[in-house]
Design a protein around this ligand. Structure first.
Ligand code: GYE
Length: 324
């Protein structure tokens, strides 16, 4: 398809699409830059995007995997610009450092859709819409669940004047790591909950395990709760806790985020106490937005995903219905 000359040159585009049969047969070319494959969430997100693209005969998806590196994402975006794709979509690994390449896309009149993670740029006309979860709210939900349930789960024999939390943060500088920390801290402020250690486990199972080992080494049985910014890190940490000789889900209460299948399995086994949902199934929404753009429609600046909180008591019932 002839590239959109401007985001808002819509009426013209709709007319030309309707009357020109040669163009109507053309596909909408979408360049998508994915972060990598760091977690089960990310794998499900990639699957949602690539399989949805296959379902839509009018979409030609150019998919690029950045293997966790911002520089690779910038290279991919530049390559999409030089190929003259119709729309660029990407999930930015970190929030900052995107101005130059986004300006290049704007100069080339290629609309940019942010999926999953936000960018921190002054000029918000550099992107058309941001679709994904409200990460601050997810952090709040994790904190609220803890405040409401800690007493029931682990108060016996222990003074609840202070609840010692260790925090496994996501990738340094990423929107979900920044926002999930903010949301959690906001709701536990002034409560007995104290974050005694906080470090990045880069959203991976291996790093989650490694950092939890270090937490256990320095804090040991002092740790009451683990708050992990994603399930993969929590699952890695569960292994570390077991190897240390404590019972995850009992000696150490664990709340994490994503609600991937592995988290439900761990909850059924009693090793994880709660997961806050963050849906990776963004493919249909993404291509709806791409098609709306191609049809000259204006998109809302923010498209938020609907999500839930799943305590361990619901795990056995919900597990068979999980799609990721
Ligand atoms: O929570 C984590 C993934 O950006 C919401 O990235 C996403 C996060 C998700 O690696 O598992």
């Amino acid at each position: 398809m002839k590239r959109f000359t401007s985001l808002f040159a819509s009426a013209l585009l709709v007319c030309s699409m309707a009357v020109t049969s040669a163009q109507a047969a053309d596909k909408i070319v979408v360049g998508f830059s994915q972060i990598g494959a760091e977690s089960a969430w990310r794998v499900a997100n990639t699957d949602s995007i690539t399989s949805e693209a296959k379902n839509r005969p009018n979409i030609d998806l150019k998919f690029s995997d950045a293997q966790q590196k911002q520089e690779n994402q910038i290279k991919a975006l530049r390559s999409f610009i030089s190929q003259g794709v119709d729309v660029i979509a990407f999930s930015p690994v970190v929030e900052t450092g995107w101005e130059p390449v986004l300006k290049e896309a704007k100069r080339a009149h290629i609309p940019v859709i942010l999926t999953d993670r936000a960018v921190d740029v002054q000029d918000d006309t550099l992107w058309v819409t941001f679709m994904g979860s409200d990460f601050v709210e997810e952090g709040r939900r994790a904190g609220n669940w803890l405040l409401e349930n800690y007493g029931r789960l682990k108060a016996e024999g222990k003074s609840s004047d202070v609840i010692n939390v260790v925090e496994l943060q996501g990738t340094v500088g990423s929107a979900p790591a920044i926002d999930r920390k903010t949301g959690f801290e906001e709701v536990v402020k002034g409560s007995p909950v104290k974050i005694i250690k906080s470090q990045s486990g880069d959203f991976t199972r291996a790093k989650g395990k490694e950092v939890m080992e270090a937490f256990l080494k320095s804090e040991g049985k002092n740790i009451d709760v683990l708050y992990a910014h994603n399930d993969d890190m929590a699952l890695g940490a569960i292994q570390a806790i077991e190897e240390y000789g404590l019972k995850p889900g009992k000696d150490i209460i664990i709340v994490s985020i994503d609600a991937v299948r592995g988290a439900f399995e761990a909850m059924v086994e009693g090793k994880l106490n709660c997961t806050v949902e963050c849906s990776p199934l963004l493919g249909p929404q993404l291509f709806d937005a791409v098609e709306a753009l191609a049809a000259g429609k204006e998109l809302p600046k923010r498209i938020v995903t609907n999500e839930d909180v799943f305590p361990a008591e619901t795990a056995a019932e919900i597990l068979p219905t999980r799609k990721y």
